[in-house]
Write a protein that binds this ligand. Structure first.
Ligand SMILES: Nc1nc2c(c(=O)[nH]1)N[C@H]1C(S)=C(S)[C@@H](COP(=O)(O)OP(=O)(O)OC[C@H]3O[C@@H](n4cnc5c(=O)[nH]c(N)nc54)[C@H](O)[C@@H]3O)O[C@H]1N2
Ligand SMILES: Nc1nc2c(c(=O)[nH]1)N[C@H]1C(S)=C(S)[C@@H](COP(=O)(O)OP(=O)(O)OC[C@H]3O[C@@H](n4cnc5c(=O)[nH]c(N)nc54)[C@H](O)[C@@H]3O)O[C@H]1N2
Ligand SMILES: [Mo]
Length: 756
């Protein structure tokens, strides 16, 4: 290998001094306000506020600093002293701002005033809250409710989310897509269908008891770094970690614990994965099929003692068809589709068979595929074979993204009316809720294109930047009648406006939320179905901010006709009253919510599948036999690559903090294509060369991004990697999971074009 094609990599470990340096650099970059460090100390602790970064569980006995580099970045990002005031908007037209990068837009700091978009001057101008609420109410009253969409990015609290969903149904629609529709909706649909639980079955304690953890497509070191602590402890007591991921992600290879002075000073680290299998993008169905074949063979050899036949007989359906499928699938095809050797898969199979208690962990590497359903269903097959659902120390563990994304679904933000207790709501609020299916994210995009969507409210997030096929949808967006964005910082979604448009600035979670009834607490649900109270203490970034709950209530009041059951003002004064409503609607899970919300470690709302109660159509846990071995429908062809879009270590979704992907060894740039040296050579490319990526979806639309740099990287042949959201315009809207409609941001078919 010449120096030129030597793969890029990071010499350090995950955690360690690099992560501390990351925090210090962030404090300087965000011009953090005084006292920001004191605020970090209360993060994820009882009586403090819950981190706005990932949804990883908050332990009963937190560390002195129960936050990670990226959690600190998220908080410091919110606590910046920079402000994006009306003066900024007087200076810059909205059209001009479209040329700015995601990083530069958010770097302007916190939004400080409610703003109205003025078409004539192409600028945002300040307005009063009263004006905004009454114009939005009038706008919503002027259209057919079913043509409006209420989007939510998974951060807003349970209280706000409950009221937002209630408002949408009182107004007349179930169009409540959530960021989850681009994320773990595949989980919600698959797990719900097959084991009767839309969420994972594990709790944090399971990681203290498991013997093996199988990881599929989840980048722990960057996206849920607090998970590295229980992981390190598990490995140290002998638990085996086996990872399937096309990228050798640092956090799953080794970890230096910044909370342990010994490790920091000696530079010793903990080896995390005992085996690391670089599966091709979209190759997991095949890889897991291989594991299952190994288990079947081992069971045969050991007289039926490997598979939990009693559990299967008592609790499962579909086993025979699944088994027949596994037996009929050849190793040759498994090797070809997974890109892994039979010997490697069998070695991983041995770890699985020898472990008493196994947890299957996964993230976007399984959910964001055209056959994401089958990916997760295969992982379930594997776990069910040895009865790993419904036992302590075992289970399926989807690692959720946004800090309250799971909770938003729990309290009613769902486009699927069958998942919401509508009869109960009807009784509580004396109305007739809409019963028809609402829109998913993909359906919203189609509706914007065909003109059937007329209004959009965004409760946080950056919808237009997070979705696929932006090149087609951005222009259509401006045909909407009404767009409303509730946000903390300026982003690209705020630059495409309907005929009437408002940008409403809100409090962040670390800030004090003072209402007539005193400072207010909010609650969130973590990945393990535990609910935590969160109390912000910081002084708000501007005196003009309102809380998300107050904004939702303000819009609801001007939109809906009076109903004595709707006490928007009282609910705004005292969020405890909203928690009483949640406890009434979801009694079993949320009873005594006000009393329980500050329990250390959070209160658990329970999970039926964990108790082996299967709320599925068959009343059993369901094995499935997939019809395909690749998670994509696009055949392999010469010059066609499977593009995986991922996050760097210096971003939170579309929020780009900076240009350092430290743990992958990439610095100062995001306009890159990571590609294996073998592919570079085969395609006649060179490291550092600038090329274009072209979508290869096979439809009539041109999708193209120019001027990307070729970076040699240790990857399986045919799999290439680039950054989300810059590469989103390459993803066709039709490229989504067939069952859940989650956009397939992984294994996107593309071609590389040389310039000139
Ligand atoms: N710091 C930080 N934390 C975050 C976020 C953030 O942006 N920044 N985002 C939050 C959100 S909303 C979410 S959903 C989560 C996302 O967290 P992750 O689920 O980790 O999502 P990605 O960054 O998309 O990384 C996906 C991983 O899957 C691997 N992968 C890709 N394709 C395949 C495949 O076909 N098979 C397998 N086995 N692996 C594959 C990639 O190499 C990568 O390691 O993180 C949350 N936490
Ligand atoms: N290609 C590709 N596309 C993807 C993905 C991928 O892996 N690849 N991942 C998908 C996933 S998993 C997700 S979850 C989505 C994310 O989609 P979204 O959740 O819509 O996007 P975010 O980038 O998290 O939103 C960032 C914005 O949220 C606002 N914000 C931050 N904090 C607050 C707050 O406290 N309140 C309010 N009201 N606003 C706030 C800020 O204005 C900020 O600009 O993207 C999806 N898109
Ligand atoms: Mo997500």
């Amino acid at each position: 290998m010449t120096d030129d094609t030597k793969p890029t990599e990071y010499e350090g470990t995950s955690g360690g001094w690099g992560s501390l340096r990351g925090i210090v650099q962030t404090m300087a970059r965000e011009m953090s306000s005084p006292g920001a460090l004191a605020t970090l100390r209360t993060q994820n602790k009882t009586g403090g506020f819950m981190c706005t970064s990932c949804a990883w569980g908050k332990p009963k006995h937190p560390h002195a600093f129960e936050f990670c580099e990226n959690g600190a970045k998220a908080t410091l990002w919110e606590l910046t002293t920079r402000c994006c005031t009306p003066d900024f908007f007087a200076e810059h037209s909205v059209t001009e701002l479209r040329k700015w990068s995601d990083h530069d837009l958010e770097q302007q700091g916190r939004l400080t005033h409610p703003l109205r978009f003025d078409q004539a001057s192409d600028r945002y101008v300040p307005c009063s809250w009263e004006e905004a609420f009454s114009a939005i109410g009038a706008g919503l009253k002027a259209i057919e409710p079913k043509s409006a969409v209420f989007y939510a990015s998974g951060r807003a609290s349970l209280e706000t989310s409950y009221l937002y969903a209630l408002f949408s149904r009182l107004y007349g629609h179930n169009n409540l897509p959530d960021s989850s529709n681009m994320c773990h909706e595949t989980t919600s649909v698959t797990l719900n269908k097959l084991i009767g639980s839309p969420v994972g079955t594990c709790v944090l304690d399971d990681f203290e008891q498991c013997d093996a953890i199988f990881f599929f497509g989840q980048n722990t070191g960057t996206n849920s770094p607090r998970f590295l602590h229980p992981l390190q402890k598990a490995v140290e007591r002998g638990c085996k970690v086996v990872t399937f991921n096309p990228i050798r992600e640092k956090g799953l290879l080794e970890f230096t614990n910044p909370q342990r002075p010994g490790q920091m000073l000696t530079g010793r680290n903990t080896q995390i994965s005992c085996q690391y299998l670089q599966v091709r993008a979209g190759g997991d169905i095949a890889a897991i099929m291989g594991l299952c074949k190994y288990v079947l063979a081992a069971d045969e050899q050991r007289g039926g003692t490997v598979i939990d036949h009693d559990f299967i007989a008592a609790h499962c359906t579909g086993y025979d068809a699944f088994r027949a499928k596994a037996e009929a699938t050849s190793w040759e095809r498994i090797e070809q589709e997974s890109g892994l050797s039979r010997a490697d898969i069998e070695e991983a199979g041995r770890v699985y068979v020898e472990a008493d208690r196994v947890i299957g962990v996964y993230g976007m590497g399984l959910t964001q595929h055209v056959h994401g359903f089958e990916n997760i269903a295969m992982l379930l097959n594997l776990l069910l074979m040895r009865g790993h659902i419904g036992r302590p120390g075992a289970g399926i563990c989807p690692v959720r993204g946004h800090s309250n994304v799971q909770g938003q679904r729990t309290v009613g933000i769902s486009e699927k009316p069958e998942l919401v207790p509508l009869d109960k709501l009807a009784e509580q609020f004396d109305f007739d809720p809409p019963r028809d299916e609402g829109m998913t994210t993909v359906r919203v995009c189609e509706g914007v294109l065909d003109g059937s969507v007329r209004a959009f409210i965004g409760l946080g997030g950056n919808f237009l930047r997070a979705i696929p096929d932006q090149g087609r949808i951005e222009p259509a967006w401006e045909q909407l009648d009404l767009t409303v964005q509730i946000a903390t910082k300026l982003n690209r979604s705020h630059l495409f406006n309907g005929r009437t448009a408002y940008l409403l600035p809100c409090l962040g979670r670390s800030e004090e939320d003072m209402q007539a009834g005193g400072p207010q607490t909010v609650t969130v649900e973590d990945s393990f179905s535990h609910i935590h109270g969160s109390l912000g203490h910081r002084q708000p970034a501007s005196e003009h901010l309102k809380s998300e709950l107050a904004i939702v209530a303000g819009i609801a009041k001007t939109t809906l006709s009076a109903n004595p059951k709707l006490r928007w003002d009282e609910w705004t004064d005292d969020y405890g009253l909203v928690r009483d409503l949640i406890a009434e609607t979801y009694h079993e899970q949320f009873h005594d919510m006000n009393a329980r919300m500050f329990e250390p470690g959070g209160f658990y709302r329970g999970n039926d599948a964990r108790e082996r109660i299967w709320k599925t159509e068959s009343g059993k846990a369901e094995f499935t036999a997939p019809e395909m071995l690749a998670a994509t429908d696009v055949a392999d062809a010469d010059g066609r690559y499977r593009l995986v879009t991922v996050r760097s270590n210096d971003q939170f979704n579309t929020t780009i903090y900076g240009y350092s992907d430290r743990m992958r060894g990439i610095e100062g740039k995001r306009d890159v294509i990571l590609i294996s040296p073998v592919d570079i050579e085969r395609a006649g490319l060179a490291a550092g060369q600038r090329v274009s990526l072209v979508g290869d979806a096979g439809d009539q639309h041109l999708r193209r991004i120019d001027d990307l740099e070729i970076v040699p990287f240790d990857l399986p042949a045919g799999t290439i990697v680039g950054y989300y959201p810059e590469l989103n315009p390459l993803i066709a809207l039709a490229h989504h999971d067939r069952n859940s409609k989650t956009p397939a941001s992984k294994a996107v078919p593309v071609r590389i074009e040389k310039v000139g």
